[in-house]
Unconditional design. Structure first.
Ligand SMILES: Nc1ncnc2c1ncn2[C@@H]1O[C@H](COP(=O)(O)OP(=O)(O)OP(=O)(O)O)[C@@H](O)[C@H]1O
Ligand SMILES: [Mg+2]
Lengths: 330, 505
């Protein structure tokens, strides 16, 4: 009973929104790259980059906003690397993502030690503070949930309809969706497949970077190794669970965010259970929801397949079969 | 009429180990329907892909409307008024017709797409040229004929003045083909020029003004349609006389090989597709099933080959009830299946030709001994088949998806026929093949019959069913309208049955 009463507490819902935000941003990023045909398992690495460089940026400039800018840039950069490997070099996309994720972990942990040594009492950076909506925040329940959040939360929420609109109502979105389904057809109407994929990856990287900074710069204002703790993978699950649509993926992250808020509250209730079990909760929610609510899912048809232009002079020699199974359409 | 709209001069294109176009010269006049004719792998699609900017030529010039085109790309080609309907459609099934149409268009400073305006334009164009499509339908919901209309509209929408159609009729029913021809004639009246690729000589004679014949990458010549005939064309294209009719001895049916009793099968939409169907096939005979596409043929074949669940009824194969047995079980019992869609079921496009040759048998001796694959055996076997079935390629190590359409089909045929099946199920066996190859494949199917195979032949080409089969059934809405012997069959009666009337007894 005590547990269920949590669900009607404003604090719980406020925490849910706050904890959903990083996942939401990353999931939107995932939607963009997956829709363009990149099987993006690299969200987590980009988030981690954003978390670290966001913190470092904010610390050195003493400005949380500039921290977010650094986060976005670092996320975009690592996605560019992922793009180069999977679009140009045509390495298997899962393997590439594995590499960039490990690279991100290595870079952030190493740089962190280089800057701060082993001094664990590190500095806190400036962070975002809740927006002051004045009397609006006095509204019972809603005031606390909706009008006491940091700016990044609002940005994330606004980005949902914007992403939806871009995806379904602009020629950019149409190109992205088409590229993930049938790159060769896109090529035949004169669109540059590589460019579409790169742009989608950069958007994806920016969003993941912001999502990472939303972990570090919204209260704790510090960094520790692997601080994102696999949130990027939860975001990947959310993309699938939300059937590759911006709105669907966002709703899915809300579920996972609620799971995380729930476990935090449970810890606070002082049950006699090791806290690690509570930590597991969001991940278990992810697993269970994928198992029970997800029928057979079909993503963009060409996700994960590098696009090889057949017959073009420059690339002809690269179309070897050395270890890769690229998509070949006659 | 005699103004030249397109000239290709000395075009050369090499693929590793193979010259696909060798000093090709082509002249197309404004307002004509110009047919490109040539064997499988002669280089027709390659030449058109160069014109459309998809492939970069290794030499030569393309002159369109008097301008030499340098560094061609699809975008440039489209911009100048070249439109192409590819051999394998370039539509995105998950998107709607409008979305497919405007993809790559409407690229102004305003990123918001205007589907309404585009839809209106589609309807307008459709009215002008007599092409009806629902702009808001998803492409995957459309029939093949409709998809083709969308492809043509897509080109017209982009303002095409020269329209390239690469084997557009290979997948059409006879009625759809006639509709297409009416459309094409209408288009030329409006000033469009059309380049048309087909292997069907009847169509060539019917639709074209002039014909350019390619052979192994080289131009053999260009002729006026009114100065030539089918035999001459076949000779120019293959380089020898081709027997356009098939002769076969009367069938000598033996034991019952396949018996189908009251078979009921559902389609992907969960509707009954095969409705209480019964027939039998004996060793040494060819049973043909004619019918308009989409009347349950695909579902029937999938049910017989273990690829689709049988709802009720029985399949008895060599006196054994094999209803709902898995494909490998059936294959090991000697069943072979030439599927309707070579890309979907017949081939693993990204794997090499060699690997594709042993897809059924790779795990068995002689190709695998004690769990180790014997690549020398596979290699030798593949080389033998390539030679015997005259498959044109540069190397059998390249992905099978890089072969020309007809040569892909030959890979499937070779693999299946070589297994000496006791039951051979073939669907559209000669789709996309040139006349020489068709002659060859027909002979091989008859030889399989004479060697005691039972053959089930399913084709939308009435002529093919008529010439090859010993007995013919007509399928309509999942039911057999009747079965006739070949010698009693007449096109008229079969045509009526295909439209749904029962056999007059
Ligand atoms: N991307 C490619 N890589 C390697 N070889 C290729 C490639 N595309 C075509 N070829 C080869 O070039 C030759 C010409 O192919 P093309 O597709 O132009 O033939 P086609 O005349 O259209 O034949 P079909 O009637 O069978 O469609 C074939 O031997 C084919 O195997
Ligand atoms: Mg071709």
């Amino acid at each position: 009973m005590q547990i269920l009463s949590l669900l009607i507490e404003a604090d719980f819902w406020a925490a849910t929104l706050r904890l959903t935000t990083p996942l939401l941003l990353a999931a939107l990023g995932g939607v963009f790259s997956e829709r363009a045909g990149i099987n993006n398992m690299g969200l987590d690495g980009a988030m981690l980059m954003g978390a670290f460089f966001g913190y470092i940026g904010a610390l050195f400039t003493q400005n949380a906003f500039l921290g977010f800018v650094c986060a976005a840039i670092s996320g975009a950069l690592i996605m560019l690397l992922l793009g180069f490997m999977s679009i140009n070099v045509k390495v298997n996309q899962i393997v590439t993502a594995l590499g960039t994720n490990m690279l991100a972990l290595g870079v952030t942990s190493t740089a962190f030690r280089m800057i701060f040594g082993n001094d664990l009492a590190q500095l806190t950076s400036p962070g975002l503070v809740p927006v002051n909506f004045g009397s609006l925040s006095k509204i019972p329940f809603l005031g606390k949930v909706l009008f006491g959040q940091t700016p990044i939360v609002y940005l994330a929420i606004i980005l949902v309809p914007i992403s939806h609109y871009i995806m379904y109502n602009t020629h950019w979105g149409l190109k992205i969706r088409a590229t993930g389904e049938h790159p060769k057809a896109v090529d035949t109407v004169g669109i540059d497949v590589y460019k579409v994929r790169y742009v989608s990856l950069i958007i994806s990287g920016i969003l993941c970077g912001l999502g990472g900074a939303a972990v570090t710069l919204t209260g704790i204002n510090t960094f520790y190794d692997n601080i994102t703790a696999g949130r990027g993978f939860i975001a990947v699950a959310a993309v699938v669970f939300g059937k590759w649509s911006p709105v669907g993926a966002s709703l899915a992250t809300l579920l996972f965010g609620a799971g995380e808020a729930f476990q935090l509250r449970l810890q606070g209730l002082g049950f006699d259970i090791p806290y690690a079990y509570f930590y597991m909760l969001p991940y278990i929610v992810t697993m269970i929801s994928l198992i029970f609510f997800m029928g057979p899912s079909k993503g963009p048809a060409a996700t994960g397949q590098p696009y090889i232009k057949s017959g073009s002079k420059a690339k002809r020699k690269k179309v070897s079969r050395a270890g890769l199974k690229p998509e070949v359409k006659s | 009429m005699s103004e030249i709209i397109l000239e290709m001069k000395g075009v050369r294109k090499e693929f590793p180990g193979l010259v696909a176009n060798d000093n090709v010269n082509l002249q197309v006049k404004k307002g004509e329907i110009h047919v490109l004719l040539g064997e499988n792998g002669a280089g027709k699609s390659t030449l058109m892909n160069i014109l459309y900017g998809l492939y970069a030529a290794d030499g030569g010039e393309v002159i369109f409307k008097g301008n030499v085109i340098h560094d061609n790309t699809p975008k440039k080609a489209i911009g100048m008024g070249v439109g192409m309907v590819h051999q394998h459609f370039m539509l995105i099934p998950a998107l709607t017709v409008v979305e497919n149409m405007i993809l790559g268009m409407q690229e102004g400073p305003n990123p918001v797409i205007n589907k309404k305006e585009a839809a209106n334009k589609i309807l307008e164009l459709g009215k002008k040229f007599g092409l009806k499509v629902d702009p808001y339908a998803k492409v995957w919901q459309l029939s093949v004929g409709e998809q083709q209309r969308v492809e043509i509209l897509k080109a017209l929408f982009r303002g095409a003045e020269l329209l390239i159609l690469d084997e557009p009729t290979a997948v059409l029913t006879p009625q759809e083909t006639q509709e297409l021809f009416t459309l094409l004639r209408g288009l030329t009246k409006q000033g469009l020029t059309i380049i048309f690729i087909t292997h069907k000589l009847n169509e060539v004679m019917e639709i074209s003004d002039r014909i350019t014949i390619l052979q192994r990458g080289k131009v053999v010549g260009t002729v006026n349609t009114k100065d030539t005939n089918k035999q001459d064309l076949a000779r120019m294209m293959v380089g020898r006389d081709v027997v356009l009719s098939v002769d076969k001895a009367p069938a000598n049916p033996g034991a019952k090989v396949l018996e189908v009793k009251d078979l009921e099968v559902k389609n992907d939409k969960n509707l009954v597709a095969v409705n209480k169907l019964s027939f039998e096939i004996r060793a040494g005979e060819i049973f043909g099933i004619a019918g308009v596409d989409g009347n349950g043929q695909s579902e029937l074949v999938e049910a017989l080959t273990g690829l689709r669940v049988v709802e009720s009824g029985e399949v008895i194969y060599n006196n054994e009830n094999v209803t709902n047995k898995p494909p490998r079980y059936l294959i090991e019992k000697g069943m072979a299946h030439i599927p309707e869609d070579r890309h979907l079921r017949g081939l693993v496009l990204n794997m090499s030709v060699k690997e594709n040759m042993v897809l059924e048998d790779f795990y068995r001796e002689p190709f695998t001994v004690n769990h180790f694959m014997k690549f020398d055996k596979i290699d030798a076997y593949s080389k033998e088949l390539i030679k015997e079935y005259d498959i044109r390629l540069s190397s059998d190590d390249i992905p099978v998806g890089n072969l020309s359409g007809g040569n892909q089909q030959k890979v499937v045929l070779a693999r299946m026929l070589q297994r000496n099946p006791n039951l051979l199920i073939v669907m559209h066996p000669t789709r996309g093949l040139d006349v020489g190859a068709i002659e060859f494949i027909h002979k091989r199917i008859i030889r399989a019959r004479d060697n005691g195979s039972a053959v089930l032949l399913i084709s939308t080409e009435l002529e093919e069913v008529l010439t090859l089969s010993d007995r013919i059934g007509v399928i309509y809405e999942g039911q057999l309208m009747g079965i006739v012997n070949q010698k009693d069959a007449n096109t008229n009666e079969l045509g009526l049955m295909m439209a749904g009337s029962h056999k007059a007894s």
